[in-house]
Design a protein around this ligand. Sequence first.
Ligand code: ADP
Length: 459
Amino acid sequence: MAWMFSRVLMLVLGTSVAGGLGYWLGEWTGMPHLAAALAAATAVILMAVWDAARAHRLVHWLRGDQDDDAPRLGGLWGEMAYRVERGLRDRERRYERERQQLEQFLLAIEASPNGVILLDGQDHIQWCNVVAGDHFSLDPQRDKLQRITNLVRYPAFVSYLQNGNFQQPLTLTNTRAKSTLQVLVRDYGVGGESRKLVLSLDVTDRERNEAMRRDFVANVSHEIRTPLTVLAGFIETMASLQLTEAERRRVLHLMQQQTTRMQTLVGDLLTLAQLEGSPRPGADHWISLDPLLQRVGADAQALSNGRHELVCERHTGVELAGVETEILSAIANLVSNAVRYTPEGGRIELQWRWLPDNGGEISVIDNGPGIAREHLPRLTERFYRVDGSRSRDTGGTGLGLSIVKHVVQRHGGELRIESEPGKGSRFRLLFPAARVRLVDASAMGDEAAPAALAGGDDL
Ligand code: ADP
């Protein structure tokens, strides 16, 4: 309104001044006074109308959303339109840059393996990433602006957040999901308002590994302590008692047994450590299976000492891609177990078989005591034994099957165990097609007829 009034006032003043000026010009040029005054006033009115039209175009553009270019106007209005448009475009560019930065920042947090939640002063969720959503069963979109303590109801979490003492991280264990979260809260302020950053980390694997490490150390200590105690006892006996020659020899024999037990244990531990620490065997180093089968067969024969019927595949003509010592140790472990656990008179077979997918399997089959179903999934755990005393009495460390599993997995294969109490067991080492090839095709005939090794038969 004020704008309108000032325009009208300027128009009236302008025409009056122009009229007066025209009147004076008429007198000076000899033109009739009225005509000169009217011409001058008309010129002023026309200029004012043109000026108003330009102002109107600019105002019309300003009232809109300024998506299109500002009207191209000359003079002062044009300058004003240009400056306003430039200011607007600068601000839009700045806004767009900041929006992209924020988006990238949020994408980076989204890519983080940690859960991130931003809370306002009243613990309402301002933003959370998908990982945090997973950790706390939150929906990043739906649960925005909800108070977190209404949604995450672990009592430990609620009191941790309310206590405000965030020096130490909080560990949350979900026994049903068998998972553990570590939660860390940091206070930060925006514009005087205190806010919270909640970080969550899934430490389930770390905790499990830590528990396994503790168990492992406890088991190793236990395994070593027993023979050490026995040895210490014998040393004391020898030091304090006068022994006859026969007694001395017996004690020395028992001491040697305990030393061998510790040596075997340390050997198996080193094998395991080596398997875990070395890279996966390449698939381009081929070894012949037959010499391995023959060596294992001979060892089995020596261990059995004629107490079992041993049947061993001799000529397979097969080559496996992998590490010879590892594969030998895997087969030897299985065969030695079969000999140690199968009672006298039992039958043990070492077989090679091609699989339909061109992979192959080495199996060790016995008709020994078998293993109850509930033990099968745990057999490859370190130090897991079904019958502890039988295992120790026969020189077992409880690490054999764990080594076998490691070896076969490192070669891209798998260990499968089938067993039935009272009937016997079958341990299968499955190798993938990429690691198996047939070198000597003529040997296939022999494969169908494995040689029987009764007692001390030659291999
Ligand atoms: P160990 O040194 O005790 O033999 P392993 O890891 O080789 O340890 O075997 C784990 C357990 O599996 C053994 O303690 C034994 O109870 C059982 N087991 C392994 N092989 C056989 C088998 N052929 N027959 C019966 N039980 C077996």
